[in-house]
Design a protein around this ligand. Structure first.
Ligand code: GUN
Length: 273
């Protein structure tokens, strides 16, 4: 079975549109500021993926009637840009596009986003759930897969998915089995988990033979291969009818944008403007 995120995303998007349309005529509009630092990229591939995600967020904003502004400071000015946006009352959410350029430091910058506006949950102090982990759990719940009573394995421990998802699961009383480049093995995770969530960004890392019959696999990887976004799971797996799997594209991705805007609407509700 395929876990199709597009259908569920369409439903949530419709709700966001209805929410914003129902705001009174003199209400402010929910506003997301995207900071896309204009520095040296260490990989052309990463840049293509990153630009695509910026566009998706701009399009979603247009579709639901939210304001989305794009700010492209040079690395030396990025801290001031973030601090300024923290103080602008008409901006409700701030997102710094990742990966940061090679000459923009190691992430220290992100700490300047105020927790009330940190809608992409880029810092542990954020008041919001991280969008991709939230999207993964929505996708499973949307298909009636009760993840609360399952053993869960996570492959990849990145800032946007693996780490915050592990934390969210622990807060729900689930201790996931975790594996990354340095610890554990893919075989071990597949051998011991009911649900496997993979988010390494390494195309085709998960091969057909890794996936036992009956597995539930959520592929949250997104890398660029010749201009096409591909997941962690080898596309050759797509003909398997004995497993449940989320496709890339069309699985977790569409719901991640929804989860980000869900956070934006909450930030909008909670901030005086
Ligand atoms: N780059 C690619 N996707 C994302 C995302 O969801 N958030 C951020 N901050 N950067 C990204």
């Amino acid at each position: 079975m395929k876990l199709d995120g597009r259908e569920l995303a369409g439903y949530i998007k419709q709700r966001h549109f209805a929410y914003i349309s129902a705001l009174s005529r003199n209400s402010p509009t929910p506003h997301l500021a995207i900071v896309d630092i204009d520095g040296e990229s260490d990989s052309n591939n990463k840049e293509i993926v990153s630009n695509k995600f910026v566009r998706l967020k701009q399009e979603y904003g247009e579709d639901v009637g939210a304001d989305v502004s794009l700010h492209q400071p040079v690395p030396g000015a990025a801290k001031d840009t973030i601090r300024h946006l923290n103080d602008v009352a008409s901006v409700h959410g701030i997102l710094v596009q990742l990966p940061l350029p090679a000459n923009a430091g190691n992430g220290e910058l992100l700490r300047h986003i105020t927790p009330e506006k940190d809608v992409d949950a880029l810092n542990p102090s954020s008041l919001f759930n991280a969008p991709t982990p939230a999207a993964i759990l929505w996708l499973l719940s949307g298909y009636g897969i009760d993840w609360h009573d399952k053993t869960i394995g996570l492959i990849g421990q990145g800032r946007l998915v693996g780490k915050p998802l592990a934390e969210m699961l622990r807060q729900s009383g689930i201790d996931p089995m975790v594996c990354d480049k340095n610890t554990g093995s893919i075989e071990e995770v597949f051998g011991n988990s009911d649900i496997i969530i993979t988010a390494t960004g390494e195309p085709r890392l998960i091969k057909r033979e890794h996936i036992p019959k009956g597995s539930i696999v959520v592929d949250a990887g997104a890398a660029n291969e010749d201009g096409v976004i591909v997941g962690d799971v080898d596309p050759a797996v797509s003909d398997r009818e004995d497993i449940t799997i989320s496709p890339v594209p069309g699985g977790v991705g569409p719901l991640t944008v929804c989860a980000l805007f869900e956070n934006l609407l909450r930030a909008f509700e909670e901030q005086p403007s």
